[in-house]
Design a binder for this molecule. Structure first.
Ligand code: NAD
Length: 368
């Protein structure tokens, strides 16, 4: 069988720096675990604009459609701030998400014990936290028609439409149930069925998909506002949360910040299964290109490395190897190895991006 294929799009700013550490880890898996990937690299964002006058060429888009997984660093930077909207670096990323039809956005909120003090919540509320927010990414109120700002009589009216089809709800629900089976086997679905018809349909369809296809998974429903309260009161009650585009936008940021630094947050965006059974997939850190620290060796590579761990789990079904990589990160943090963004008020000497990558590889070696 051919090796699984990965397209690396490191992008701009700290993107190439943090991706450099992921490349070392991919090599480690080939050398030490016999897990070989066919890796190709290409441009996205500002660097693609510099080379080709567009943030994503058609050829790169075609490659992204063919591979088993795309790993993306970050795009953007002040140099590109004044470009026309149509060629801004972010358009490259949006084109990838749209044309790959990545409807299921996975944002884990995981709190490593060693970093529990970084949370704004009490340590015992967040220590050991491991939840996953699944946000519908391609429909809902950000896309629904009619939309716009119109004149009605003497005043302007702003309109957006929350619209979900049954099949759009069903496919993201399936994505959440599949994930739950690889984790704690629990799904909580969040909407506002008390005040929104689209929420009533959301609740009905999620329940129907559960009853017909996933009766083994524990399912509960919660209003999204109550969900926000529960996430800050006792987040460990959740395993997988599935919700729509708008509520997911808010709840995933809320959940992420339970755990502290932006340099620690991975994400995955998944689409429909391809012929080989693997979902279309794009993995990327939540953070941007961090122009303020780019090129200085200060960036924390962990968000990008944990995004690769998600690829191991959700694209390549290498659950034990994903665990191994996450445990290596956990060990390094427990040993007190810190990039600048993870330094507490007590201070200390931060390690560089490459030193953090090397420490994680040493922990992987120690795990054998
Ligand atoms: P940012 O995430 O790039 O940075 C915010 C702050 O967090 C900065 O102080 C930065 O130094 C710090 N930070 C971020 N990642 C870090 C890491 N791995 N290690 C250590 N510190 C880290 O957000 P921003 O400053 O608002 O945006 C900068 C550029 O990135 C803009 O051009 C923006 O459009 C773009 N952006 C891209 C993406 C993406 O590629 N997905 C996401 C957000 C922003």
């Amino acid at each position: 069988m051919a090796n699984p294929s990965i397209l690396i799009l490191a992008g701009d700013g700290i993107g190439p720096e943090v991706m450099g550490e992921v490349k070392k880890i991919i090599t480690w898996y080939g050398d030490k675990r016999g897990l070989n990937f066919d890796v190709s690299e290409d441009l996205v964002g500002g660097c693609a604009y510099d080379a080709h006058g567009t943030p994503l060429t058609d050829a790169t888009m075609a490659k992204a459609q063919e591979v088993d997984a795309v790993l993306l660093g970050a795009v953007g930077g002040p140099k590109y701030d004044n470009l026309d909207f149509s060629v801004k670096p972010e358009r490259g990323l949006l084109r990838l998400r749209k044309e790959m039809d990545l409807y299921s956005n996975l944002r884990p909120a995981q709190c490593f014990d060693a970093l529990a003090d970084f949370s704004s919540l009490k340590k015992d509320v967040v220590a050991g936290l491991d939840i996953m927010i699944v946000r519908e990414l391609t429909s809902g109120v950000y896309f629904g028609e009619p939309r716009g700002i119109h004149k009605e009589g003497n005043e302007r009216v702003g309109i957006n439409t929350q619209r979900y089809t049954e099949s759009e709800i069903a496919r993201v629900a399936r994505s959440a149930f599949e994930l739950a089976r690889k984790r704690g086997n629990k799904v909580c679905s969040m909407e506002k069925a008390n005040v929104m018809e689209s929420g009533i349909l959301w609740r009905q369809v999620v329940q129907e998909i559960h009853d017909a296809e996933y009766p083994d998974v524990e399912l509960s429903h919660m209003y999204a506002d109550a969900g926000a309260m529960q996430l800050t009161r006792w987040p460990k009650q959740f395993d997988v949360i599935v919700t729509d585009n708008l509520f997911g936008d808010l709840l995933s940021d809320l959940a992420a910040m339970l755990t502290g630094s932006l340099g620690m947050l991975p994400s995955a965006s998944l689409g429909a299964p391809m012929e080989n059974g693997r979902p279309k997939a794009l993995y990327e850190p939540v953070h941007g290109s961090a122009p303020d620290i780019a090129g200085q060796g200060k960036a924390n590579p962990i968000a990008c490395i944990l995004s690769f761990a998600m690829a191991l789990r959700y694209s390549f079904n290498e659950l034990a190897e994903a665990d191994r990589l996450e445990k290596a990160v956990e060990k390094v943090l427990a040993d007190g190895v810190r990039t600048g963004d993870l330094m507490g008020p007590e201070g200390g000497t931060p390690v560089s991006t490459t030193e953090m990558g090397d420490a994680i590889i040493a922990a992987l070696d120690a795990s054998l």
